[in-house]
Design a protein around this ligand. Structure first.
Ligand code: SAM
Ligand code: SF4
Length: 444
């Protein structure tokens, strides 16, 4: 390829967003330059998600759009989970695609690019049998203050509904030394917030002789000079130990927010989902957090309409929401996925019933959030300023608990606040965000 321009579009979770940052870094290091539109690019990459069927359907629709909008002579690449899942079938359904690569093969990207440049029409990277993680010193980060660091890739669990073990391969942890080195480099480049990423960060096991567990790694990242906030996602309840809560209590750089997906409040459904914990195990973890010295915000994921979920099971989920009072949640209608155990289960729940249940979950949760957010009115929260909403004349901040807090500041536009930490007093609360006023002289 003589024209080394590329465009990348990303769909899906934070892992995908961060993979794209690494892919961009790798391409730029190989002499490519990123452009803003598919029309302007010689190479068009699409990083895909297959967690639910809808996401997957979008892929082929989008690939078709790319083709129609951009005309002939371009190279198209499909990467990520749909690439891994569909493999060579992508070439059949979208013959204009030349490269198909799953995330476990990204370490081979530079070689694959050379094959593309040599005019190869079909390049495939689908090997899941890798012990490597996709560490790259060339990562191009999208946010100037908050950076992702992958600590573990893949997943060794087999939740009955989930494609991730098939699309991202087995668990591979990075060495603690390489994670800490990346955190120190980020701090040196003026990043102050780090988000540790993995499908199941709690099962992190340092492969080096230090053999740190996740709580130790989390604490050490929070002690890197210059790093003011550390977040992590996602936690699997089975591997979530009390030591993580203790670390949050001890180390103020660790954000007081834990995302702990429960999926269902029914003992029976949890068992059918093969989640490997009982409701009692889960509630014990909630209790650790509620009893912590710091006020830990708890959020979760809920799936409604899993095969065989009865009305009584669904009511158990609603009871759980009342009991825990999550600060926020992501709710999903169960979507049957290829290769998973649940696809063969009987007692499918009709689509309209799933819609009814998800609506009830969302309405209940909205009321809970209004109540919980209102409790913060009058309180002072420290925010990291992430941007500005010109139309509303407000700055956009995020609290340690991961709430969005939009606020006004005297000398509004005069001083660039983005990237700064400020104390802000909460004056109003909605279901999804807070509004406040900065405490005047506290720019940090
Ligand atoms: N590893 C994380 C965990 O164990 O909780 C979650 C990873 S997954 C990318 C994010 C969420 O998608 C899950 O927590 C689950 O609620 C939802 N999800 C996964 N597979 C699903 C499916 N087949 N149908 C509906 N929701 C699904
Ligand atoms: Fe999927 Fe379960 Fe692994 Fe999470 S822990 S990625 S839900 S298989």
């Amino acid at each position: 390829m003589t024209d080394k321009t590329f465009y990348i579009e990303t769909f899906g979770c934070q892992m995908n967003a961060h993979d794209s940052e690494k892919v961009v870094g790798t391409l730029v290091h190989s002499g490519y330059s990123q452009v803003e539109t598919p029309e302007a690019a010689a190479l068009v990459l699409y990083n895909t998600c297959s967690i639910r069927d809808k996401a997957e359907q979008k892929v082929f629709h989008r690939l078709d759009q790319f083709k129609r909008a951009t005309g002939k002579g371009k190279v198209f690449a499909v990467i990520g989970c749909v690439a891994q899942q569909e493999g060579e079938r992508i070439f059949e359904r979208a013959p204009h695609v030349s490269l198909v690569a799953g995330s476990a093969s990204y370490t081979k990207l530079p070689e694959m690019l050379v094959q593309l440049e040599a005019g190869n029409r079909r390049v495939i990277g689908l090997n899941l049998e890798t012990a490597e993680t996709f560490d790259t010193p060339f990562t191009r980060r999208d946010n100037p203050h908050r950076a992702y660091i992958t600590i573990i890739e893949g997943c060794d669990k087999s939740c009955a509904y989930c494609v991730v073990p098939f699309t991202r391969g087995p668990e591979r942890s990075r060495t603690s030394e390489s994670v800490l080195r990346e955190a120190a480099e980020l701090a040196a480049s003026r990043y102050t917030e780090i988000q540790l990423l993995g499908q199941n960060v709690n099962s992190y096991r340092d492969p080096s002789p230090a053999a740190w567990d996740f709580a130790t790694l989390l604490d050490r990242v929070g002690r890197v000079p210059g790093i003011r906030r550390v977040r992590f996602t996602t936690s699997h309840p089975r591997d979530f130990g009390k030591s993580i809560v203790d670390a949050i209590d001890e180390n103020p750089a660790l954000c007081n927010h834990v995302h702990l997906p429960v999926q269902s409040g029914s003992i029976r459904v949890l068992d059918r989902m093969q989640r490997l914990y009982t409701l009692g195990d889960y509630m014990r973890r909630i209790e650790w957090m509620k009893k912590a010295r710091r006020n830990i915000s708890i959020t979760t994921d809920i799936i409604v309409g899993f095969p065989g979920e009865t009305e009584a099971d669904f009511q158990d989920t609603l009871r759980l929401l009342d009991e825990v009072e999550y600060d926020s949640l992501f709710s999903f209608k169960y979507s049957p996925r290829p290769n998973t155990a649940a696809i063969a289960m009987d007692d499918k729940i009709p689509e309209e019933e799933k819609t009814r249940r998800i609506t009830i979950v969302q309405e209940k949760q909205r009321a809970i959030q209004i109540r919980r957010n209102s409790d913060l009115i009058g309180k002072i929260e420290e925010v990291l300023v992430e941007g500005r909403n010109q139309a509303l004349g407000q700055w956009i901040g995020r609290t340690s608990q991961n709430r969005t807090l939009n606020f006004t500041h005297r000398d509004a536009a005069a001083e660039p606040l983005t990237g700064k930490y400020l104390p802000v007093q909460v004056t109003r609360a909605g279901p999804n965000s807070l509004v406040g006023e900065s405490m005047q002289c506290g720019v940090m």
